[in-house]
Design a protein around this ligand. Sequence first.
Ligand SMILES: NC(=O)c1ccc[n+]([C@@H]2O[C@H](COP(=O)([O-])OP(=O)(O)OC[C@H]3O[C@@H](n4cnc5c(N)ncnc54)[C@H](O)[C@@H]3O)[C@@H](O)[C@H]2O)c1
Length: 322
Amino acid sequence: MPVHLITGGAGFVGVNLARRLLARKEDVIAFDDLSLGHKEFLKPFGNVPGFEFHEIDCSAGGAFLERARAIHAQKTITDVWHLAANSDIPAGVKDPRIDLARTFLTTFETLAVAESLRIPRLHFASSSAIYGDVPDRAIAEDLGPLEPISNYGAMKLASEAQIRAAIEAGLERADIFRFPNVVGTPATHGVIIDLIRKCRKTPNGFDVLGDGTQQKAYLHVEDLVDAMLFIAEHATGRYNVFNIGPDDDGITVKNIAETVRDRVSPEAEIRYGQGNKGWTGDVPRFRYDTHKLTALGWTARMGSTAAIVRAVAEIADQEAAR
Ligand SMILES: NC(=O)c1ccc[n+]([C@@H]2O[C@H](COP(=O)([O-])OP(=O)(O)OC[C@H]3O[C@@H](n4cnc5c(N)ncnc54)[C@H](O)[C@@H]3O)[C@@H](O)[C@H]2O)c1
C-alpha cells in the first residue's frame, strides 16, 4: 500500500491532495512549517486513520530528515509529493532569500531525504513561471531556452534541475508537474482571494493591480489533483515533465475582477492600475500547449472561465465564514 509524504501539506494544494489520497485509504504524512499553510485546514483529517501532521521546516536538513527517518522505520514511505514553497510572490520580490529557502532549499533537502531513505518516487509541483514571458505562442514542455523573470520562477527551475540530477544519481522516478494558476479552496493566496478581500473591505470600489488585460490559464484544484494522480499512475518514464492546464486561452484579470464584483458587491467600482503587469516578475499572458498530457489520456473538466466562476463562489463563501 502506498504511503505518501506531502511537504507543504497544510497548504492549499496539499490539503486537496491529502483528501484524495486518504479517500483511497492510503496513508498520508503532512509536513509543513505553517509559514503560509494553516493547521485549521487539516481539521477534517483529524480522526481519519492513516493521517498524521508534523510541523517541520523542510528547508533545513536535521529535524526534517530525522522525523522522516523515524516515520519511515514505522511505515515505508513510497511517494514524496514536494509542494512546500513560497507562494507569497510579493514577499519573494522584496526578499529573494525567501524564494531561495522556501522554494529551492526545500527541494534540495527533500531530495536529500528521498536519497537517504531510498524513497522511490518524487512528485514535484513546478510552475509555468519557469518559462518566463512567452506571449506569442502556446508553450510546450520542450520550449527552450528557459528564461524565468521572477525569483520564484528561477528557484522552481533550479529545483527541476536538481531533481533531474538526482535521477542521474539514482532517484528511481520523478514527475515534474508544471502547474498553471490554480484556484479553489482553502485559498491561501492569489488574485481571487486578494480581490475578494479588497471588495469586502471597501464595497464601493476596489483597486486591481495592473490594467486588467493580463490573461492566463486557470485550473480548478479538483482538476489539478486529478491530473497529478493521473500522471503518477500513467506516465511510464523515470523523469516525466508535464504541463498541467486547461486547453484554452485563459481569462483576463478584468473578467476575474468583474466576476468578483458581481458576486461580492455588484455596485462596486473597479479601478484599474497602469501597465499589463501586476507586480515585478508577473507574466502578463501565457498559454499552455497541453498536447502531451492529452496524449497520455487526461483533459481538464473545467476550462479557465468555469474554474474562475466556481472558485469565486467557493472563496467568497470561505471569506464570509471567517
Ligand atoms: N496555487 C497555484 O496557483 C500554484 C501555481 C504554480 C505552482 N504552485 C506550486 O504548488 C505548490 C503548492 O502551492 P499552494 O498553492 O498550495 O501554496 P500554499 O502556500 O498554500 O502551500 C505551500 C505550503 O508550503 C509550506 N511551506 C513553505 N515553506 C516551507 C518550509 N520551509 N517547510 C515546510 N513547509 C513550508 C507553507 O506553509 C504552505 O503550507 C507550491 O510548490 C507552489 O509553488 C502553485
